[in-house]
Design a protein around this ligand. Structure first.
Ligand SMILES: Nc1ncnc2c1ncn2[C@@H]1O[C@H](COP(=O)(O)OP(=O)(O)OP(=O)(O)O)[C@@H](O)[C@H]1O
Ligand SMILES: [Mg+2]
Length: 478
């Protein structure tokens, strides 16, 4: 038997026993007797299903029901009750025209249940004609709420955009400044080389020596390109060795040249090659010329690094804001996580970041830009909680029909009494001006509202995990 099947009717007095109807007059109750009906639904049967057209407004008379909402493909029970008079179903019928008339949750019978039922249109008609003022108030409240929700959304988007712009500017500034500095230095070195070359030319060099110098220069360039990163101790040892060699060969300004050769991976054996057959003066000039070459090479490498870093950042920013992609599509979940890490790297360099990624995960249908906002909020909170020391762990895995992403930190954790409140809008424990309390609220709405997913938190001191579950199945567009 379904909720739409009429098995009987209620009397005026029976209806008056229900708290929802106790203030109605006889005429109104009679109207309900006439338009409503009693329905019986057996254990395990469904009373109504989330997403289907809301046909009936129902009041529980006996038995037990469970209400649930879909999270991804799983049903999450939100309430279980046997309370006489609880109502559900087409409860928003009187907001027809403003709210889509669909069941917003599912109702299943846990033990044989009886209901008083009313068609949605009838419930709408009754409320509108009997309580016109209440309708105005409700509509006002509803509109006000959605309006303020919209403002909150826009504000959060602006904040996110502001944070993105600030982060990006900060991040771009370092490599850009480094590239400018390196270019200026490079100009000086090239000038120096020109100068040295003309000096060398004045010495009427033996062409063989000149050839050797050019060969050695080529080798020095190659060595500089593959120069291994040295530890501080190793580097100063290498410098000392180089300085001794230069001193032994009567080269002035050894302290200036030694660090350059050391950084460029040039060895003393290597320098030996040009000592043969060269006069002291030529040796001196030749070595300086070589030093300029090595420096030029190092500077060029630095510029390449900086510029690469800039273009990586721009790529990450594009990926992050998702400018060049369709809004909802299947993507690798890790792309967004990685680009968010790049965007936030200035905040992350003092803490350890662990990426525990399951690279075999299938692609997930996402609003990428919006999900990046979620990752940003979660990582932001984690870094703020750790306050400069600790480990941030990003973990991905497959969980049934969902992809599970964990953002964990080793901060102090969220005390039990505030944990239930963290997803509330404007709830923050941060000083005025530092937190708006919107980060988790907006994340919740993006994950649950936009993606049909789920976000939750588990926390104890030293181990706080925000867990996001995203369904692998595409959401029907609403
Ligand atoms: N990883 C975490 N560790 C400890 N507390 C947390 C963590 N994440 C969130 N919280 C708590 O939840 C509160 C709400 O977080 P939410 O991101 O919504 O706002 P906020 O960070 O305070 O401000 P906003 O993100 O808008 O700048 C925080 O103020 C903090 O008390
Ligand atoms: Mg936050």
């Amino acid at each position: 038997m379904t909720i739409m099947d009429r098995v009987g009717t209620m009397t005026r007095d029976e209806l008056r026993q229900l708290f929802l109807f106790d203030a109605l007059d006889d005429e109104q109750l009679d109207w309900l007797v006439e338009h409503g009906w009693v329905a019986e639904v057996g254990t395990g049967e469904t009373v109504f299903e989330e997403g289907e057209p809301a046909e009936a407004f129902v009041v529980l008379l006996s038995g037990t029901v469970a209400l649930s909402r879909k999270v991804g493909t799983a049903d999450v029970e939100t309430m279980r009750t046997d309370q006489l008079g609880v109502y559900m179903g087409a409860v928003q019928a009187y907001l027809r025209g403003r709210v889509e008339q669909k069941y917003i949750q599912s109702c299943r019978v846990v033990s044989d249940a009886r209901f008083f039922a009313l068609r949605g249109e009838d419930f709408d008609y009754a409320v509108r004609t009997w309580f016109p003022m209440a309708i105005h108030l409700l509509e006002g409240l509803f509109l006000g709420l959605s309006r303020s929700q919209q403002i909150v959304n826009q504000r959060q988007q602006l904040l996110a955009l502001g944070a993105l712009a600030a982060g990006l500017t900060h991040e771009l500034n370092n490599p850009a400044a480094a590239a400018v500095r390196a270019t200026a230095a490079l100009r000086q070195r090239v000038e120096g080389m020109r100068h040295k070359l003309s000096m060398l030319a004045h010495h009427e060099l033996d062409p063989k020596l000149l050839e050797l110098l050019v060969d050695v220069q080529e080798e020095a360039v190659r060595a500089a390109a593959f120069a291994p990163e040295l530890g501080a101790v190793e580097e100063s040892e290498r410098e000392d060795e180089m300085a001794d060699w230069l001193d032994d060969h009567g080269i002035s300004g050894a302290w200036e040249l030694a660090p350059i050769f050391a950084a460029g991976g040039t060895t003393t054996e290597f320098l030996e090659k040009i000592t043969t057959g060269a006069s002291q003066e030529v040796l001196d000039g030749g070595l300086r010329w070589l030093a300029y070459t090595v420096e030029t090479e190092l500077l060029l490498a630095e510029i390449t690094d900086s510029v690469t870093r800039i273009s990586t950042l721009v790529d990450a920013a594009r990926e992050y804001s998702h400018l060049d992609r369709a809004p909802y599509e299947r993507v690798d979940i890790h792309d967004g996580l990685k680009s968010t890490l790049v965007m936030l790297s200035s905040k992350l360099d003092v803490i350890e970041v662990v990426k525990d990624f399951d690279t075999s995960l299938p692609q997930v249908p996402l609003y990428v830009g919006e999900m990046n906002q979620v990752w940003t909020n979660l990582i932001d909170n984690a870094t703020q909680a750790m306050d400069g020391h600790g480990t941030l762990t990003l973990r991905t895995s497959l969980e049934g029909e969902c992809v599970r992403v964990e953002v964990c930190d080793t901060g102090p954790g969220i005390p039990d009494d505030i944990r239930p409140r963290v997803f509330e809008p404007f709830f923050t424990t941060k000083p005025v001006g530092q937190g708006t309390g919107l980060g988790l609220d907006i994340s919740y709405r993006i994950v649950v509202g936009r993606h049909g997913g789920d976000i939750s938190v588990e926390s104890e001191p030293g181990d706080t995990c925000f867990i996001v579950r995203l369904p692998l199945t595409e959401r029907p567009s609403t």
